[in-house]
Design a protein around this ligand. Structure first.
Ligand SMILES: [Fe+2]
Length: 264
């Protein structure tokens, strides 16, 4: 399996806080059958407001430590380095000066949990015209989309794949995230899933349980698509198939509810 979203680089963000924790996370990923990890440290405006140099140096140092841990412990796992980029005014600077894309094309783009800009269509258009396609990080955890899932249709119709966190559909990231992730699965609006693991405790890696959860409900083909085929396409800079979807929640009238009960 390929994990497209995690925070295992040591001491660069709120993820692994030491090389020892990184090692434990890498070993756990191997134990669960992950063969390739994409490191996606958070990148906020505050990290680069003066200069991009400091962040770039920290990532290079974290990457060096990870490489030496992998070779020292002979771990059968590949590593790629990208970033989880918070939506910000400095997006154009990031794309010009920094190496944050996955597969040279996909930008793992994270929005605020409480606010999504109204002009999102224009933002996506500007990115795609530069050859950059946003991969939307855990949309099921963003409150405005939890309140109104249909706002996500616009992003999907613009061709942006959605990356859902495994913890959301397993129920470890709150009821609202669980509910929206289940709706996205039911409507086939999940294009890739990721561990988004930060540590060995509250935000541990649950890739194998995630694979099993998808297999039980939607079959092995779907689990393979979301944890192998689509992540591999993203890593290769190839297109992921993103079909238009209807995310209107289903509300039954009293009459329909009664008819449904009678049918049972
Ligand atoms: Fe993340």
């Amino acid at each position: 399996m390929i994990d497209i979203h995690n925070h295992m680089l040591p001491a660069v963000d709120d993820g692994a806080n030491s090389p020892e924790v990184s090692l434990a996370m890498l070993q756990e990923a191997v134990r669960q059958g992950v063969e390739h990890l994409v490191m996606t440290p958070h990148l906020y405006e505050s990290d680069i407001i003066i200069s991009t140099d400091d962040w770039t140096k920290r990532i290079a140092e974290g990457s060096r430590i990870l490489d030496s841990l992998i070779s020292e412990h002979k771990l059968p796992i590949k590593i790629s380095i990208a970033a989880e980029v918070h939506f910000q005014d400095l997006l154009s600077v990031i794309l010009e000066e920094m190496d944050v894309l996955i597969g040279g094309k996909y930008l793992l783009l994270e929005f605020s949990f409480v606010y999504v800009p109204d002009n999102i269509e224009k933002i996506i258009f500007e990115l795609t015209s530069k050859g950059v396609l946003p991969l939307i990080a855990h949309p099921e955890r963003i409150k405005p989309w939890q309140r109104d899932p249909q706002r996500l249709e616009e992003l999907i119709n613009l061709g942006c794949p959605l990356q859902v966190d495994i913890g959301s559909f397993l129920g470890t990231l709150g009821a609202a995230a669980e509910k929206l992730s289940h709706l996205l699965f039911e409507r086939y609006a999940v294009h890739v899933v990721g561990s988004d693991s930060h540590n060995m405790g509250s935000r541990a890696l649950y890739t194998k349980p995630g694979y099993d959860w998808i297999t039980e409900r939607y079959g092995d083909e779907q689990a393979n698509l979301l944890l192998n085929i689509n992540p591999a396409r993203i890593l290769a800079g190839e297109n992921v198939v993103v079909y238009p979807v209807d995310l209107k929640p289903i509300h039954f009238s009293l009459k329909e509810k009664i008819l449904n009960i009678i049918k049972i």
